[in-house]
Design a protein around this ligand. Sequence first.
Ligand SMILES: [Zn+2]
Length: 104
Amino acid sequence: MRPCSIDDCTTSAAPRRTVCHKHRTRLNRYGDADFTQWTVADDMDVKLLIEQQRVPDGATRLERRLIAVGLSERGLSAERVADIVAVAPRTVHRWRAKTRQTAA
Ligand SMILES: [Zn+2]
């Protein structure tokens, strides 16, 4: 299996495609492989949600990431954080790693 040709994507490309299913859907739907829900996050909300250890259904990707990082800083395991923000543990590990790089 070839990996998806989009930068930073670790998913395998769909059969006879150069990109994975998710990115192909984005290209078809938005005409932009990089389209995401990364938008502004409300700082107050994020702090409160970290406090409450919960993520609302409508949370954007950015909010999920900020909450995941916040929970990680509180010592929760990646598996627990992944459970709360509804992403794969691998994603939590990646977000943590990226945050460490940015902080350094
Ligand atoms: Zn992809």
